[in-house]
Ligand binder design. Structure first.
Ligand SMILES: Cc1cc2nc3c(=O)[nH]c(=O)nc-3n(C[C@H](O)[C@H](O)[C@H](O)COP(=O)(O)O)c2cc1C
Length: 328
């Protein structure tokens, strides 16, 4: 059985399909949409500890949530235990269900600030961060890591040991090094090794783009759960597809009408959340995932790139739907 409940400290999840934190993507309306397909938990976009420490009102926007946006993971990135604790204490009583520490982000700006994957070089700091958070909250404290800084310094087991000693409740491994960024292939063997040794849940992440990949990840690594990231951007229906296949059901890809219905709901959600023009512009980066492979989509996309109102977008999409019905 692939799908099963999972316990993270005091938090009981109904299943083991996780929606990754994705900066620039997992905003509130998008999370709500992904959740409807049955994911166990979704994470907000990573939040800067220094952002919370210096410009709280701006950064805290990333924590926007509704009562039905749960369970919710909040992920912080920062350089050291004291700064992360200071930030955490400001949001401690907000509505979220676990706090995760980002030890994997390899974006230049984040590395420069000694955060994200920089922490992979300092297992002792990871120990301090997890310990101090554990002393200050009853919520589960988790971490998301890469395999190491580069091929010469693969140290995910050392980091795991530090985190475990500090009391971490779950670990997610994206088995690429910091140097690889998103190149090459995720080395799932690392997840398997970690799972063999781990007494806390291990979530496998990296290169899950299809339901077949998800099944393979479980089969090859024996991980406790999987975390979806770019796969969701490419295919916003990935969660429902994975759940169906892992339950042994036949999955029928959504037809154009169904895709358009969800696409419009997603776009409307963004428009309602951040305003019409911003919402329409923001939606452009999700659009490709909905209609990938359909004919004449390039032309529709070019049209949408000129549009700034929801009504116009809706008309353009409906026109496309009619055109497609008449021509294919
Ligand atoms: C656009 C984008 C934003 C991301 N933002 C975050 C983030 O906020 N926190 C984090 O831990 N990882 C972040 N990641 C990394 C993903 O969560 C995930 O670990 C990585 O993409 C590997 O999984 P995948 O191969 O399924 O995409 C991001 C990745 C992408 C492509």
């Amino acid at each position: 059985m692939y799908l099963k409940p999972i316990k993270i400290g005091s938090l009981q999840l109904k299943s083991n399909i996780f929606i990754a934190p994705l900066a620039g993507y997992t905003n509130l309306p998008t999370r709500l949409l992904y959740r409807t397909q049955g994911a166990a938990i979704a994470y907000a976009e990573m939040i800067s500890a220094e952002g919370l420490n210096y410009s709280f009102n701006k950064s805290v926007k990333l924590l926007d949530s509704y009562s039905y946006d749960e369970p919710l993971g909040v992920q912080l990135f920062g350089a050291n235990a004291q700064r992360i604790l200071l930030a955490f204490l400001k949001i401690k009583d907000f509505k979220f269900d676990l706090v995760d520490i980002n030890c994997g982000c390899s974006v230049k700006k984040i590395i420069k600030s000694d955060s994200g994957a920089s922490l992979l070089r300092k297992p002792e700091e990871i120990y301090k961060i997890i310990s101090i958070l554990k002393q200050n909250t009853d919520k589960p404290v988790t971490l998301k890591i890469r395999s190491g800084w580069d091929n010469q310094s693969i140290n995910f087991m050392e980091i795991f040991d530090s985190a475990l000693q500090a009391g971490a409740n779950l670990i997610t491994l994206h088995p690429r090094t910091k140097s690889m960024l998103f190149g090459g292939k995720a080395n799932w063997e690392h997840i398997k090794i970690l799972k063999q040794k781990s007494s806390i849940p291990v979530i496998g992440n990296g290169d899950i783009f299809t339901a077949g990949d998800a099944k393979k990840m479980f089969d090859e690594t024996n991980c406790d759960g999987i975390m979806l990231a770019r796969g969701l951007i490419n295919n916003p229906f990935l969660v429902e597809e994975i759940i169906a296949i892992l339950e042994g059901k036949t999955y029928i890809q959504p037809c154009l009408e169904q895709r358009i219905q969800v696409l419009l709901t997603h776009c409307k959600g963004l428009v309602d959340y951040i305003g019409e023009q911003k919402g329409i512009i923001e939606f452009r980066k999700y659009f490709a995932g909905y209609l990938k492979g359909f004919p004449e989509v390039k032309r529709l996309r070019e049209k949408l790139n000129q549009i700034l109102s929801y009504k116009e977008l809706e008309s353009a999409i409906i026109e496309y739907e009619k055109f497609r019905k008449n021509n294919f």
